[in-house]
Design a protein around this ligand. Structure first.
Ligand SMILES: C[S@@+](CC[C@H](N)C(=O)[O-])C[C@H]1O[C@@H](n2cnc3c(N)ncnc32)[C@H](O)[C@@H]1O
Length: 434
């Protein structure tokens, strides 16, 4: 038996930690100062004199570090859709292969370690840009989902995990070989400080509220007058003055108010006695006023994106309508990102996307401003990946993915520029200073 095998359990140092070959190096990379600069790119800017939007061409780790000077703790919402490491042939690179020190690859030649080393320093740096009440949304699929979750738990902390949204990606049935049809992906949500984050879902419909008795407090509906906990002071009979029917709380429960509060509620009209009712009904109504609702919005539902309008196909059709051909692989639907903007931002907020691709996020921000009139601004970052000659994007005259993103913003601006800030100051990350 070798010395190693002979080690007994007591000698093994155990701790819960997520590690991969290259992790130490990428943590150092996150902390390293950079010598590059952001260079103004006047030729590619659009309406630069009147805009607070930015479009940055270059590697996002350097761009994020450079943004810290002006935007540390200023960003309300980050949305990213990083390469998923699918190994498939997209318009952008989507295969992370082994690097020095992390040479273990899976059956299709992809390295999880290389992907982790790519995303880790970027998320660390991005966190520094987030406001205290800021939030980050990260799209991901089954290829790196399990690694991304562990990395996010480490960077943002378990206490700041908000949850995950399921997005239906396709309605087609396909079999992955073992009789399973995968038709969704995830959106991980983390807060900078969950106690300060307030997401607002869809506006509450208040459909069952009305004001049949012209109550001066406005629309109301019948609420539950009982509570799970209480004591002798909240357990008593309530007598209907018209019919003398006496009501007690439901079995095992108490009234949600004391006798003193009951008196006040009757005077104020919050408790209204009925002159007629069915046998199984209470003799009074306990009104719940719309004006007293804690929030005018629903919470954000984790299944909001299972509707067909959020599927990949909608985004492909959308982009085809803008450009006339398929200039990008797997863009996200505008409506999907617009929902995230709507749920998490308001007047004056800045939204950042540092894997911006075809600039769907920029369009989503402009559309939301045009819709609700609340001014917001965006920062897009995109690597100038060259477009292959065989691609539709090349045939349409685009040479890099930045050309595609910037042109999309300009084209959308034709429709929205009277309603939203649709310009952008273009920058490019300079070469490294030697
Ligand atoms: C999945 S796509 C994003 C698509 C985007 N959500 C859309 O709707 O068009 C990922 C993008 O990140 C870009 N990217 C990859 N690595 C990057 C890096 N280091 N810096 C900046 N952009 C990068 C890729 O070129 C690609 O355009």
């Amino acid at each position: 038996m070798s010395k190693k095998e002979n080690k007994n359990a007591g000698d093994i140092e155990e701790r819960y930690e997520f590690v991969w070959p290259g992790k130490k190096k990428c943590i150092e990379e996150a902390g390293r100062e950079c010598s590059e600069k952001l260079i103004s790119d006047a030729v590619n800017s659009y309406l630069p004199d009147t805009t607070a939007n930015l479009y940055i061409e270059g590697d996002n780790l350097t761009a994020l570090k450079l943004l810290k000077d002006e935007y540390a703790e200023k960003i309300k919402m980050i949305y990213i859709d990083p390469p998923y490491n699918t190994g498939s042939d997209h318009i952008y690179m989507d295969r992370f292969t082994a690097q020095e020190g992390n040479n273990k690859v899976n059956a299709s030649g992809r390295s999880h370690a290389a992907w982790c080393s790519m995303i880790y320093p970027r998320l660390c740096t991005a966190r520094e840009l987030m406001r205290e009440d800021g939030v980050i949304f990260i799209s991901i699929d089954e290829n790196e989902e399990f690694n991304l979750k562990k990395i996010c738990e480490e960077i943002f902390g378990e206490a700041n995990r908000v949850g995950e949204v399921i997005r239906k990606t396709k309605s087609m049935t396909a079999d992955d070989g073992c009789g399973f049809n995968l038709q969704h992906e995830l959106l991980l949500i983390y807060a900078k400080d969950k106690s300060k984050l307030h997401l607002k879902g869809e506006k509450k419909a208040f459909a069952n509220y009305s004001n049949p008795d012209n109550d001066p407090k406005g629309d109301w509906c019948a609420g539950d007058p009982s509570a799970r906990s209480g004591g002798p002071s909240t357990y008593f009979e309530i007598e209907n003055p018209y019919t003398h029917k006496k009501d007690l709380p439901p079995s095992g429960r108490y009234w949600a108010f004391s006798k003193e509060s009951l008196k006040r509620y009757i005077e104020e009209g919050k408790i209204k006695f009925k002159e007629t009712y069915r046998d199984n009904e209470r003799g009074f109504i306990f009104k719940r006023y719309k004006a007293d609702a804690k929030s005018m919005n629903e919470p954000v539902h984790s299944l909001f994106a299972v509707e067909n309008e959020f599927m990949n196909q909608s985004a492909t059709v959308e982009l085809r309508k803008i450009f006339g051909s398929d200039v990008f692989s797997y863009p996200k639907p505008v409506a999907y990102i617009q929902k995230l903007v709507q749920f998490s931002t308001g007047e004056g907020d800045i939204i950042l996307d540092f894997f911006s691709g075809s600039a769907t996020t920029a369009q989503a921000v402009m559309e939301q401003v045009a819709e609700d009139g609340l001014k917001r601004n965006f920062i897009m970052v995109q690597l100038p990946e060259e477009v292959d000659k065989k691609r539709d994007a090349y045939k349409a005259g685009f040479r890099t993915l930045c050309d595609v993103g910037r042109e999309r913003i300009r084209l959308i601006a034709e429709r929205l520029k009277d309603k939203a800030d649709c310009g952008f100051k273009a920058f490019r990350v300079s070469e490294k200073e030697s």
